[in-house]
Design a binder for this molecule. Sequence first.
Ligand code: DMJ
Length: 724
Amino acid sequence: MTINPDQRMYPPSRKDFISLTLSDSHSQTYNNGKHRRQSCWRDKQTMQAEQQTRTVARTCCPGWKLVLFLFKEKWKQLSRLQRSLILFLLALLLILGLLSYSSITEHWRGLSDQEDWLELNDRELKAIPPGLKPVLGQAAGKAPAPVAGPHLRSAVVPEAAGEARGPNIPILVKPPIKKKIFANKRGPPSLHKDGNVSDTVGREKQEQVVQEEEGEEEEKQKKIVSWRGAMIEADQATEPPPSANEKEAAAPPAPANPADTVPLEASPETRERLEAVCDAFRHAWKGYKDYAWGHDELKPISKSFGEWFGLGLTLIDALDTMWIMGLKEEFAEAKTWVEKDLSFNKNVDVNLFETTIRILGGLLSTYHLTGDQLFLEKAKDLGSRLMPAFKTPSKIPFSDVNIGKGTAHPPRWTSDSTLAEVTSIQLEFRELSRLTQDPQYQEAVNEVMTLVHKLPGKHDGLVPMFINTNNGQFTHKGVFTLGARADSYYEYLLKQWIQGGKTEDNLLEDYLQAIEGVKKHLVRQTGPSKLTFVGELSHNRFNPKMDHLVCFLPGTLALGAHNGLPGDHMDLAVQLMETCHQMYKQMETGLSPEIAHFSLQASDGSDVIVKPADRHNLLRPETVESLFYMYRFTKDTKYRDWGWDMLQSFNKYTKVSGGGYTSINNVRDPLSPGPRDKMESFFLGETLKYFYLLFSDDMELLSLDKYVFNTEAHPLPIWPSPPK
Ligand code: DMJ
């Protein structure tokens, strides 16, 4: 029996071994059992190996190859017992290594963060990559007519002076970089106010403060603190006085027309409706102020609060709504809280998506509306603390970030992220790059879109609901919905395209293809009244189920049609708007359930069926959001009337005496709707804002040709076209 010479270099297969033993003439040497047989085999292998070694050495193999080769040969010479012992020891070492993982990674992170920081600064000093030039160039002063104000001046971006508390904590000193900050006031004059130039203008010196102590033991172990754990604070003293030109530019803006809550010239009907929305807001705010001030959410029934991230979620989500409604006192007290009490230097895990759309989006839009540097500084601080989410093998971000520690992770049970979540943070991060002239935010989120654009597994443009952060592939394939977990992917395809001046073809292509996919696979009509709805596809089976969340779609389709996309998108928008309206109208409380099922048979009595588990209403905004778009583009007053009916229903069934509004359990039971004791932040951030905009006659109030609303109703400017 011969041995294939090629196989000698590798651990023998069982087959080789048997072949060899049967053909050996010294059969007695095999009688002592397995061990003996192995020895014999090894002896022969050893000889062969020595021969190989000599050959390898002769052929001048690189040193490392020789070492590898010798290691392999030595390994082969060991008995099974010896090998097992070594493997056991290695496993033990691995376990010990894993146990000490956290402290090792803390150390490692500390080092890599320093590198990141250097990289960041390096990037700031380098030329902006070509792909970003037009956009960032606009940010550098070519943006749409910033209204001059005292805030418009050159600013020095801080030296980060690290101040370590305690021994052995290295101070990361950020080299000084001078950078111009353009504090723009944008939007209609009615949104500009005197006196809103922040008294924090010029607070530009960043200061690094070590993360709060989490306990002495932990502190001792850490030794090195991530810079992401540091709070960056402004220092008023560093800004140079404005130059003569700047002084000229800093003349006060046109007299503030302090955004009257209800414009005097409005018709009685409009006045009544706008006043009703503002009353609703004040009532909601009263509850929040009395029982939940500075906390995430009001629990209006128990007159307490709920905490999600511990970042004053409702307050921040509501900032721009107050500004738009002209609620000056409320805005001023909220601003003071942001200035004095809002800190992102917290050891807290936040959801990347929710924090981006609600907090980052809210801060950026408030900055745009007010021109107040305070909100941009806060947005920058938060944005940089969210960046660790993108440190994954695939560049698809993790769902959760600890904004104090600078660590990120997926949910406990999976390494997947939700598709809508990773593709609905782009408007905000892109805008942050434009404002800061730091491309890192835009690059990170654009990378996600590029990956998803190329990814196989879509179904005529429809995307699965999950994506893996390790390999960047879709998971849980076969289920397609425009509801939870996928909704805002479609919304942000269109809105990014609009934000970027309609130049990014991949976004448009994906959006158009997706809408074709929706029409082909998901759009159906009910049997009884021919209501058009968007169902779901689950492994090729159509499910006539539609989340209330899907009611964003008529507005998005209408926005696309307004921007030159096919007319049949508008036709579909009109039909879907009717259905979303019916989801309210056909309920006994006049409020939509969270999920509706639709009858496909003509013989069925009603079009809308509500299952017991789906009867709740969370004060969601999607229908009034779409009504706002539909009214803006068609001026058909029926959309306002539908909205007015909805507002009455919210007041009747969800308003809580003493302050606040509550989610309810059962939209089918007007006698006992069952308060759930929670007022979601989006009720103030979105629902009431869209009511106000729907009823307002001022079409320039956040014109849809100048602003694009993020998925939490925070308006961000559409970027101007690059100069030709
Ligand atoms: C909001 O946070 C956003 O509108 C998001 O896109 C979907 N969920 C809520 C409102 O329903």
